[in-house]
Design a protein around this ligand. Structure first.
Ligand SMILES: [Zn+2]
Length: 177
């Protein structure tokens, strides 16, 4: 795993190796990766608004990895509100599952005396942790992602080392060392 820093310019055309970014097999499809910058804030007297700036590009993948890559890119494309709703929905589902598991395990080992409130509390806390870990895990699962974007440069992280070397060779003229 490594990253390449490219100089942003109007004539920047990223060249991609003709291989799947995940497994190096011949590419048949393309997947997108995007980044949303929420660094620009505007303050008003009563409210604060964010200005989003989304930047995205496509990269080659095989059929097998296309679905996975597009699924992983969903969260980058949707709004903060949507992501928050999805996050809490996942927490809720996990909470129900863990709550059931905790209560039935305690029943089996004969510890029914532990009150329902603490089961609720601990299963809720566990589901928060599990959902957060899943988000972090899916973030690092992406074969190609934009790790940094500024007005004059863009940093692309590539998991696959072989692919990274091909990429570096192809885009040498735009690379910032
Ligand atoms: Zn593949």
């Amino acid at each position: 795993m490594g990253s390449v820093k490219l100089r942003m310019s109007e004539n920047l055309r990223i060249k991609w190796p003709d291989q799947c970014a995940a497994c190096n097999n011949p590419s048949t499809d393309s997947a997108t990766t995007s980044i949303t910058n929420t660094t620009k804030f505007r303050y008003y007297v009563v409210a604060m608004s964010f200005t989003h700036q989304t930047y995205s590009f496509s990269y080659p993948v095989c059929k097998k990895h296309k679905r996975l890559c597009n699924l992983l890119d969903q969260s980058a494309k949707s709004s903060l509100l949507n992501n928050t709703l999805v996050f809490f929905f996942c927490v809720l589902i996990l909470w129900l599952i863990l709550n059931f598991l905790f209560s039935s395990t305690l029943k089996i080992i004969g510890l029914e005396i532990i009150d329902q409130n603490s089961i609720d509390y601990w299963s809720f806390m566990s589901s928060l942790v599990v959902a957060t870990l899943l988000i972090i895990y899916s973030f690092f699962l992406k074969p190609v992602r934009i790790s940094n974007l500024s007005e004059d440069s863009m940093e692309i992280s590539i998991k696959n080392d072989k692919y990274l070397n091909y990429f570096k060779a192809l885009n040498n003229e735009h690379t910032i060392k």
